[in-house]
Design a protein around this ligand. Structure first.
Ligand SMILES: Cc1cc2nc3c(=O)[nH]c(=O)nc-3n(C[C@H](O)[C@H](O)[C@H](O)COP(=O)(O)OP(=O)(O)OC[C@H]3O[C@@H](n4cnc5c(N)ncnc54)[C@H](O)[C@@H]3O)c2cc1C
Length: 389
């Protein structure tokens, strides 16, 4: 999504430019962009001065506009964020303030009003209502983005894995027939690795977390809206939640289980010793730093390898989940998280670096899918166009 968005923004700004998107897989959307929850986030979780806050708020509107234009169904179901304790209830206030200062439409209501929005959910005293949170099918959106790019003259080549090399103070594509004026690295979970090939992102390590989902037909669990917990302030993820799909399913997930490979979609396949060593560097720096309690994240996440435990935990938000049978596993996604080694902190915002005639998008974490259109425009306008003009 992010690569397609940068490419489109470049061509919209400079028609006639030759823009090529190279994808290592045979299809687009095989990784994060095609394996996420499909939630068009409203933009109230993020600190108002962050790139995430700005791009998510604007990206949500732009993504919905794209869907309307391309006749892609959008489920305008909204979202409730429910509290489990007094502490969480207090933190609803922070989310509300953040959202409001970011210009996002939000309300806080007393618990008695919850049945009007979502009769199956439970909360402690109050809940947050986000009317603009919505759902779309990720693959339909990716295809629309690709068509939009191709219509204005961009080209996409799949099955084209690239590596970078540095020689004579210049960046080249190794063993490839392509040369370039400017190269944008939008390789998702592999972006820091590609950056390191030319001396960028040395101060970072990547830790992959597996996001698992379970799903059931919405006939068995007729939720009207998305149901989310209050996220913990030091955890970069939002917590296991209930989402809907445009084709009539209810999903719970994603988990955030640390794994041993950037493409490890099952327990035994996809792990790599290089990724293990890299993740270990990240974990070690987190352990030395004081910003996150990594062992707490691990201890709370590992039990979620069991589908029964995921359902059990999520029943705190929607008790009826426990009574429902027929939960099936859905394809997981990998949510890679960049760790800043000198400080041992998990990078919370998008990170972009320029180096010679290359730009590297290093931390396109959630809500990168929602944010992709303005994020791509930002990368094109702030990093690429000034160099090629
Ligand atoms: C489980 C999960 C749930 C999420 N839920 C949401 C959500 O509900 N809403 C939301 O807004 N965001 C969500 N996100 C985040 C969102 O999916 C990402 O922020 C976004 O998809 C990142 O897009 P990307 O283009 O940077 O990465 P990707 O989609 O991973 O794309 C990078 C591409 O680069 C290719 N590539 C890698 N290396 C090379 C190479 N050497 N040569 C050529 N190609 C290469 C890969 O094959 C891949 O297709 C979620 C993520 C996950 C994993």
């Amino acid at each position: 999504m992010v690569g397609l968005s940068v490419a489109t923004a470049l061509l919209e700004s400079k028609p006639g430019l030759r823009v090529l998107v190279l994808e290592k897989e045979e299809i687009l959307g095989k990784h994060a962009s095609g394996r996420n929850s499909g939630v068009i986030h409203a933009g109230f979780y993020y600190s108002p001065d962050s790139l995430k806050a700005r791009f998510c708020r604007d990206g949500s509107k732009e993504l919905k506009r794209l869907c309307r234009k391309e006749s892609i169904p959008v489920l305008e179901c909204g979202k409730v964020v429910v509290a489990q304790s007094e502490d969480e209830e207090m933190r609803l206030e922070t989310l509300f303030e953040r959202g409001r200062s970011n210009g996002v439409d939000l309300e806080i209501f007393p618990a008695e009003k919850l049945p009007k929005f979502e009769p199956l959910a439970r909360t402690y005293r109050r809940f947050l209502w986000s009317p603009t949170t919505a759902i779309a099918d990720t693959h339909e959106v990716i295809n629309a983005m690709r068509m939009r790019l191709e219509r204005i003259g961009g080209e996409v080549r799949t099955g084209s894995e690239i590596q970078l090399s540095l020689s004579g103070g210049e960046v080249h594509l190794s063993s490839s027939q392509y040369s370039f004026g400017h190269f944008v690295n939008a390789a998702g979970t592999h972006s820091d690795r590609i950056g390191k090939q030319v001396g960028v992102a040395e101060e970072y390590a990547m830790i992959p977390f597996m996001g698992r989902y379970n799903a059931v037909s919405s006939k068995n669990l007729p939720l009207r809206t998305l149901v989310y917990p209050v996220p913990h302030p030091i955890n970069p993820f939002l917590g296991v939640h209930f989402t809907l799909t445009v084709d009539g399913k209810v999903k719970i997930g994603p988990t955030a289980i640390p794994v041993f490979g950037r493409e490890q979609y099952s327990l035994l396949k996809g792990w790599s010793i290089v990724d293990v060593l890299e993740a270990f560097r990240g974990v070690r720096s987190i352990a030395i730093g004081s910003s996150h309690d990594f062992s707490k994240i691990v201890l709370s996440e590992w039990p979620k390898l069991s589908s029964r435990n995921i359902v059990k935990q999520s029943a705190r938000l929607v008790p009826m989940a426990l009574e429902v049978s027929g939960w099936t596993k859905r394809p997981p996604g990998i949510r890679s998280q960049l760790v800043h080694l000198p400080t041992g902190t998990l990078e919370q915002d998008f990170v972009v670096r320029k180096h010679l005639n290359t730009t590297h998008i290093l931390n396109a974490v959630s809500p990168g899918w929602t944010s992709s259109i303005p994020f791509g425009r930002y990368v094109a306008e702030e990093f690429v166009i000034p160099q090629i003009s």
